[in-house]
Design a protein around this ligand. Structure first.
Ligand code: TYD
Length: 214
């Protein structure tokens, strides 16, 4: 079995995960671990092409879901599984929880179909049998949508999702909450309205508690 560590980072747009992903990469590297820093949708040449489509082109929720899972399949096979097999730490900016939150919660797409696609796409074949790949830890930067909107305002030209109204992000947040409720041991929920320093301490603690960083 792979002995690497797979950590995903989640939250609504504007929750402020980026700097902490970078910080965690440096913390692991400082302790001698090889780190693969990647993102979804994306992480491979093909998946980055799909990302451009998903973030910029209008499409229905099913098309969106199929494209993000297609990107995920390529990403898992080309990048994530090989890195875990090399015993690396994989830090992934968003993973399948984002699909349940955005396409499921935000856009209202059928959660049973998403669950089926999750099983199909994330099944990894091992000599010992098949497993459905999931992150070992998901760090959820939880923030009220109105605060996230204030943070995003004027920061940059919004993409298709960032341009959505606050009501959309309230549904996305509820989507994350449902994933959290269904798989709490996998999650560290971070109160993202705190200062950046306090958020960083919570991020670090969540990883240290699992014994992955000194
Ligand atoms: P994001 O991760 O916020 O990157 P950046 O910091 O460059 O803006 O952007 C990715 C967007 O894609 C985000 O709005 C959420 C959306 N998304 C989905 O809708 N479904 C998915 O499955 C994933 C992974 C992302």
């Amino acid at each position: 079995m792979a002995s690497g560590i797979f950590i995903s980072f989640e939250g609504i747009d504007g929750a402020g995960k980026s700097t902490h992903i970078e910080g965690l990469a440096q913390a692991f590297q400082a302790q001698g671990r090889a780190v693969t820093l990647t993102r979804e949708p994306g992480g491979t040449p093909l998946a980055e092409k799909l990302r451009t489509l998903v973030l910029n082109d209008a499409m229905d929720a099913m098309t969106e879901a199929l494209l993000v899972f297609a990107a995920r399949r390529d990403h898992l096979q080309q990048v994530i599984e090989p890195a875990l097999a090399r015993d690396e730490v994989v830090l992934c900016d968003r993973f399948t929880d984002a699909t349940f939150a955005y396409q499921g919660g935000g856009r209202g797409f059928n959660l049973e179909v998403l669950t089926f696609l999750e099983q199909l796409v994330q099944t990894v074949k091992w000599p010992q049998g098949n497993v459905v790949r999931q992150p070992d830890l998901t760090i959820w930067f939880d923030l009220a949508p109105d605060i996230a909107a204030q943070r995003l305002a004027g920061a940059r030209v919004p993409d298709k999702f960032e341009a959505q109204p606050i009501t959309f992000f309230a549904r996305v947040r509820a989507g994350y909450q449902a994933r959290f409720d269904a798989a709490q041991p996998r999650f560290a929920r971070i109160a993202a309205e705190q200062t950046r320093e306090a958020v960083w301490l919570d991020v670090l603690t969540s990883v240290q508690q699992r014994g992955w960083l000194a």
